[in-house]
Design a protein around this ligand. Structure first.
Ligand code: SF4
Ligand code: SF4
Length: 168
């Protein structure tokens, strides 16, 4: 891996700089991926996902929780409020806002449930979007290639996955 792990933390500044430098390369990789057959594409992603996450520990990163945050469903809000022993209305007032697309998202970033050690304090009750991120082990990768290309800039694992596939 190109990016350094210092005191168990990924160097996210170095990651950001590298992603910026390789923007054209990322574009080229995803143009090639768009031409793949959907089933073959899923298989490539799933294998690369396993390999990337065998090398990257999310606890050394936490960048998705710091910079993106999840879209919240009603079920997520109900579960989180219950977990925190708050009324749904109180939870909404304290933690939730509506974004420009009309979706519910966290009021502030980094996510208020992210600790300094990158642990999630509501892990068992975390939103579905957090469980599924970065979506690279699901079927139908063809449908979310645009989003996945965007995620290269935020998620070192997605960056790594795209490079593993490009080399294969
Ligand atoms: S709820 Fe937990 S996993 Fe989801 S963004 Fe917040 S800290 Fe991260
Ligand atoms: S999913 Fe990606 S951005 Fe989130 S903590 Fe893991 S490596 Fe970092």
């Amino acid at each position: 891996m190109f990016y350094k792990v210092v005191e168990n933390k990924l160097d996210l500044q170095a990651f950001k700089a590298k992603v910026k430098l390789e923007k054209k390369e990322t574009k080229r990789i995803f143009e090639t991926l768009r031409k793949q057959k959907p089933k073959q594409l899923d298989q490539q992603f799933h294998e690369a996902h396993e390999e990337a996450f065998s090398k990257i520990d999310c606890l050394s990163c936490g960048n998705c929780c710091k910079t993106a945050g999840p879209r919240l469903l009603q079920a997520d809000i109900d579960r989180l409020a219950k977990n925190l022993r708050l009324k749904v209305g109180t939870f909404m007032d304290k933690y939730v806002r509506t974004d420009e697309d009309g979706d519910w998202v966290m009021k502030s970033l980094p996510c208020p449930f992210l600790g300094d050690d990158n642990y999630c304090s509501v892990y068992e009750a975390r939103p579905k979007a957090c469980r599924d991120y970065p979506h690279t082990d699901r079927n139908g990768m063809h449908q979310i290639l645009k989003l996945t290309e965007k995620n290269v800039a935020y998620c070192p694992a997605v960056y790594e996955i795209s490079r593993i596939i490009a080399k294969s």
